[in-house]
Design a binder for this molecule. Sequence first.
Ligand code: NAP
Length: 278
Amino acid sequence: MEKAKPTVLVIGGTGKTGRRVVERLTARDVTVRSASRNGAWRFDWSQSETWGPALAGADAAYITYAPDIALPGAVEAITDLIERAKREGVRRLVLLSGRGEPEAQRAEARLMESDTACTIIRASWFMQNFSESVFRDGVAAGEVVFANGDVPEPFIDADDIADVAVSALLDDGHIGQIYEVTGPRLLTFREAVAEIAVSLARPVLYVDMSPDDYLSALRKAQLPDEIISLMSILVKEVLDGRNAYVTDGVQRAMGRPPRDFTDFARHSIASNAWDNGS
Ligand SMILES: NC(=O)c1ccc[n+]([C@@H]2O[C@H](COP(=O)([O-])OP(=O)(O)OC[C@H]3O[C@@H](n4cnc5c(N)ncnc54)[C@H](OP(=O)(O)O)[C@@H]3O)[C@@H](O)[C@H]2O)c1
């Protein structure tokens, strides 16, 4: 990039990957706009009038779509954002996408066709879903319930995603690339929970339900329809075995292997991720 100090917009800047991207960019002396509904810069996917002020004057943007790129509506919103970013003169776009998700792959295609200097990071399930998101409280309480059917998944560390994203935002060598990023190993959810339990040195049970029973349990617990739709896509499609293979995306992008699940578990324990404040 020509400017001595580029300005980078991070959409979803308080999220699992966005927060890490913000930290890394700040350490690289970049002017960072951390944007979300409650972020330092206001940005709401459901209110397009918030997009222009966040994009104006930015050199590059990291795009994480909320609520989830697998859900209907993501393609239209991301396509509109790409157009708006071009009008505002944003010269580089990096999109966080998901593997084996038809809606996500359609959004990727729109970006690749957009005549923008862009990079796509197509990620497997995040390790941090166990420490910062959907399974965090279950691990802390000693029981994780899900519907995985023992299909293995190559979990990726969100720190690796952030490393790839920052490199793609600041360095020219990643333009036009689709990096399918996974961790180095396939693990079932049962095995992942067992690894965490060993590192924690206390029991954490994994309970596997059928997809339909799991979705019924979520409905009974009165979770929002959007979450149930997302979980349905995840347990019935994304985790049906189509993604049960390891890729070399982190190695290709960064010239080093991805972090292992055991390192993630140890690091999470060191940062008290599963403490209950007692
Ligand atoms: N988790 C996985 O395993 C996984 C795997 C592959 C791909 N992905 C994709 O990763 C993306 C999520 O990224 P992430 O995990 O880094 O984020 P995240 O941890 O899910 O956090 C969501 C971020 O988006 C913001 N946000 C929520 N609703 C918003 C809205 N209506 N408008 C603007 N911002 C909003 C949140 O901040 P506020 O609350 O302040 O708005 C927060 O910064 C999704 O598109 C998902 O499909 C996830």
